[in-house]
Design a binder for this molecule. Sequence first.
Ligand code: ATP
Length: 370
Amino acid sequence: MAELVLAGLGKAYGDGTRAVTKLDLEIQDGEFLVLVGPSGCGKTTALRMVAGLETVSEGEIRIGDRVVNDIPSRDRDVAMVFQSYALYPHLNVFDNIAFGLTLRRMPKTDIEQRVRRVAEMLELTDHLDRKPRNLSGGQRQRVAMGRAMVRAPQVFLMDEPLSNLDAKLRVQMRAQIARMQRDLGVTTVYVTHDQTEAMTLGDRVAVMKGGVLQQVAPPQELYDRPVNLFVSGFIGSPGMNLIQAGLTVDDQGQHWVKLNSDTLRLPDSILQERPALAQYVGRDVVVGIRPEDMEDATLVDQAEGALLHSVADLVEAMGSDVLVHFPVDAKPADTADTRALAEDSGADTVRAPSDSIVLVGRFSPRSRIY
Ligand code: ATP
């Protein structure tokens, strides 16, 4: 186990594509870090550079106290699990798991011992003689995990290891990976485009876009304190409602946000928490409301009555929650905007592509709001 440091890491492919730009990350010994972002954001490239499967254009990768830029993949003491599992079809489960150890000419009895221990952890003991083609997707995935675990590497690298599984199995395997990583305490970098996976697995989550790191933080902090509109919109499912509005203040000192035809009262608590908002009075702002906060924040105010005028056009019952879609006469914000949401960032001037937006609310099925 070891600390993994990426310092100013960059990758430009031969055709000029800039896949990763100045990536700085310090992953603590034993930490589970998830790299998340939309397709093409450079997360796989970053992981492959750490694995030694891709050359580094700029910057440095350190594992423990070694700079590994020029160290071949097999000598980096990392183990990678691929989306495709990359199992050897002609080898049975035992030999697939043992492969890396056999290659290193480990004594047979040691190999036997290690493979059996890992197979037991992953509930594969009864399948050790089978070939990959005779296994289910979930079992193949566990063999791929077993092959990484058996080597007891300093760092685990996982590239979308669950994306080929059905939804139910994905949730089960997610929990198994979390337990396994906690029990083994191996420094882990896990790549996914699925923000739910990122939030549930990561000690910290690093959000990337266009090859650039946007924010790295523990999941709850990312959720509560996104640094820009992109992270605001990307983290959370369904995503945060982001609406263009104008901020005004009335004679009583009450703050309001004005959409095209509706006006919402801004809860006092928001102003107390973020006094800098006062500077934005008279200017355009972006209002972000999590679907689960719709009831509290916007739709009904005990004193004022209904504030947002809309007729729900879609209701999705999900058992534990009900998602309600509200078309609203307002401008959506630009969720590709990566400018910081700092007090003087100028993030109040984002482009507004159209004048109609559908807000999503998440309510309890017992709620009578919709
Ligand atoms: P996905 O989730 O779709 O796998 P990703 O976030 O992992 O995407 P990368 O695979 O790292 O993204 O790709 C980042 C960028 O680099 C993309 O624009 C991609 O087209 C480009 N890219 C990846 N591999 C190569 C290559 N071998 N040559 C040129 N460009 C590449």
